[in-house]
Write a protein that binds this ligand. Structure first.
Ligand code: CP
Length: 306
């Protein structure tokens, strides 16, 4: 059964059936990753370009590994050594790359809407690897995969996304995906970091982190995005850590059996303490492992549509 769309631009409007198809397909690829030879010939002959205009460790390496595990030919575009530095536009860049006969583009860009723009100017399948503060769909899919793997379901689970909601593409993709899958979603953070009218998406807003811990099964803790000037939204990092940081003391005071996710990279000692980030309640590195399988599933489903 194919996906309903040729591109993966975000999870807004993506159906429950499509999300289940991606998560179920990822399960089979997760098994491939446990084999001595972690490679299948599924995308042999397909060419995929990874266009990363913004920094990344996890997503870039995860996509590249997923492409190699599927036997696709991959090309990594490094902005710092490209003709972007000579003033070449995004449109000219992608049209020149497409002229070399490619099938799919994975794009990360600081400007929201860039993946959608690429669908208008080239014929390849476009996968959004994070566009500004808009969406990061494969991160939310791997978060949902990891939650489902641990809890056995998504429907009815109480999941709170904590922290810098306003600057977070991870938050928005999680909200769209989790609500579609029937989870009860809340967000928690300082009022300055919660977008106005977010409740209209079906999300409950909590401003007290202790209440968020008590009332939820899962916390997805977000990074404070200092590069997007998030620090201007509260008096100091120390105060943020005091009032919203997830520490072992705070978990034990409220409720211990809770599952902690974090998309990374982590600001240790700010949104999460090292004790929690390395402790027994978290699945942070499991998320990273599952990310390769989820991206294999997305690439496979989009790359074998025609
Ligand atoms: N979670 C995430 O997107 O990490 P990177 O920025 O390292 O890709």
């Amino acid at each position: 059964m194919p996906l309903s769309n040729k591109h993966l631009l975000g999870l807004q409007g993506v159906s429950k059936e499509d999300i289940n198809l991606i998560l179920d397909t990822a399960k089979t690829f997760r098994e491939v990753l446990e084999r001595p030879i972690k490679k299948v010939p599924t995308l042999q002959g397909k060419t995929i370009v990874n266009l990363f205009y913004e920094s990344s460790t996890r997503t870039r390496i995860s996509f590249e590994l997923a492409e190699k595990r599927l036997s696709a030919d991959t090309v990594n575009f490094a902005v710092s050594t490209s003709s972007v530095n000579k003033g070449e536009s995004l449109k000219d860049t992608i049209r020149n790359i497409e002229a070399m006969k490619i099938d799919m583009v994975v794009i990360r860009h600081s400007a929201a809407g860039t993946p959608l723009y690429l669908t208008k100017v080239c014929d390849a399948s476009i996968i959004n690897a994070g566009d500004g503060i808009h969406e990061h769909p494969t991160q939310a899919l791997l978060d949902m995969y990891s939650i489902r793997e641990r809890a056995g379901k998504l429907k009815g689970l109480k999941i709170c996304i904590v922290g810098d909601i306003a600057h977070s593409r991870v938050a928005l993709s999680n909200v769209f995906g989790l609500i579609t899958m029937g989870a009860k979603v809340s967000v928690c953070g300082p009022a300055t970091m919660i977008p106005r009218r977010i409740d209209e998406l079906g999300v409950n807003v909590i401003h007290d982190i202790d209440e968020a811990i008590q009332e939820n099964d899962i916390l997805n803790v977000l990074r404070i995005q200092l590069e997007r000037k998030a620090g201007a939204n509260f008096p100091s990092l120390r105060e943020y850590a005091t009032y919203f940081g997830i520490t072992q003391d705070r978990l034990e005071r409220n409720r211990k059996d809770i599952l902690i996710l974090h998309p990374g990279p982590i600001n240790r000692g700010i949104e999460i303490s090292s004790e929690v980030a390395d402790g027994s309640d978290q699945i942070i590195l499991t998320q990273v492992t599952n990310g390769v399988a989820v991206r294999m599933a997305v690439l496979y489903l989009l790359g074998t549509q025609n």
